[in-house]
Design a binder for this molecule. Structure first.
Ligand SMILES: Cc1ncc(COP(=O)(O)O)c(C=O)c1O
Length: 394
């Protein structure tokens, strides 16, 4: 058992990871080297996707996907309000407007009904959304087939925010979406410090994202427009030449971090196995605390197990969430709220006004993420459950 503080999430780094980074540091290229393509190929294989484009954050991964489908000023995109800021911010980065959707009260997910309601609200505002960003909150996968049906009927492209769902077969293959976006932030399924990956089945989207992450540069002679600058008199491409047909960013992930990502990816199955074991253990340990404290429902559902969240009836508990979190902290147990609905953030409230999204309000009022990561021991989980029981007076 870890005697110390148990955070709600943390990375799992071993000597092989450290050796992989040390080897990369001794290499010739710290960035834009061969490890980038190796990490991309391994990530595509791990997620069953045709193409993977790495970037330097999950936020960049979302922004690249949004740009690659052509989202821009004058457009609108639907984002469930129960998510991290980045999902909505990636839409604003393109200049498009966000239409916040509600989520279901028990799982915090975008559903076919809440997507339809958001489309209808957008229409009233005179907006025709071009895209929607389902978020696989906590790792629990949205019903993508149902969302795709609604999206298809309204000409909406789906981009999955899969930052919580790496490690689940098929997430990343993009059967119902144009792209899926992942984060490799330390609390996520694999860690590179900062980092992101976008997967897609569409080679054109992959090509655009690769150019946009690197200043909008292209290096393939067949794509050059300025023939006078690009080629020698005999038609040979000039060796220094690159071209910028459209505006881009520097969203590159360095080789150092790709080396760490490759090493981490090799352990993804092991990490996920432990996360599933821990989830089952928490389910058993916390069962006696229902109905005041109960896991977010997940029976028979596809789940990437990024976070383990409980729903707490704070009125019945007789404590506020702040008081419970402080009490848990005093017992050495970290917890976090995922998330404050994004439409309540001052920036978005000033831009879009007050919205009534009752499912998100209900989920937000009850949710709490508790310590959950592969190196958490069974005894640690028991300590967490005992602390909850003590706070409940059970
Ligand atoms: C749901 C969700 N979307 C997007 C992001 C952004 O990822 P990053 O922190 O790598 O930019 C995160 C990460 O915190 C996230 O949890």
């Amino acid at each position: 058992m870890s005697a110390g503080f148990l955070p709600y999430g943390r990375q799992t780094i071993d000597e092989a990871d450290i050796a992989a980074v040390a080897t990369a540091l001794r290499g010739d290229l710290l960035t834009t080297g061969p490890t980038v393509a190796r990490f991309e190929a391994a990530f595509a294989a791990a997620t069953g996707s045709a193409h993977a484009v790495v970037s330097n954050s999950g936020t960049a991964a979302l922004h690249l996907a949004a740009m690659a489908i052509g989202l821009g000023p004058g457009d609108a995109a639907i984002v469930p309000t129960l998510t991290f800021l980045a999902t909505a911010n990636a839409v604003r980065m393109t200049g498009a407007e966000v239409v916040f959707a509600d989520v279901d009260a028990e799982m915090g997910l975008l559903t076919a009904d809440t997507l339809k309601a958001a489309v209808a609200r957008a229409r009233v505002l005179g907006l025709k959304p071009r895209a929607a960003f389902p978020v696989h909150l906590n790792g629990r996968v949205c019903d993508m087939a149902a969302l795709a049906q609604v999206a298809g009927a309204h000409g909406i492209v789906l981009i999955e925010d899969a930052c919580h769902a790496l490690g689940l077969a098929d997430i990343g293959a993009c059967r119902h979406s144009a792209a899926a976006c992942f984060s490799t932030h330390p609390v996520k399924a694999i860690a590179t410090g900062e980092g992101g990956v976008t997967t897609t089945a569409d080679p054109e989207i992959a090509r655009r994202m690769a150019a946009l992450r690197s200043h909008g540069m292209v290096r393939e002679p067949a794509r050059f427009q300025r023939r006078d600058l690009a080629f020698d008199a005999d038609g040979t491409p000039n060796p220094w030449y690159y071209e910028m047909p459209e505006f881009g960013w520097n969203y590159r992930m360095p080789d150092l971090l790709c080396a760490l990502g490759l090493s981490q990816l090799a352990k993804l199955d092991m990490f996920q196995r432990r996360r599933r074991e821990l989830a089952a253990l928490y389910d058993r340990l916390l069962a006696p605390l229902a109905p005041v404290i109960r896991p977010v429902p997940h029976a028979d559902a596809a789940h990437g197990w990024h976070l383990y969240a409980v729903l707490v009836d704070f009125a019945k508990l007789g404590k506020t969430r702040g008081a419970l979190m402080r009490a848990l902290h005093a017992r050495g147990i970290g917890s976090q709220v995922h998330y404050t609905p994004v439409h309540l953030q001052p920036y978005y409230a000033a831009r879009y006004g007050t919205l009534d999204l009752p499912g998100a309000a209900a989920y937000y009022a009850q949710c709490l993420s508790i310590p959950f990561y592969p190196t958490l021991t069974d005894a640690d989980a028991a300590r967490v459950a005992e602390a909850f029981a003590a706070e409940l007076g059970a």
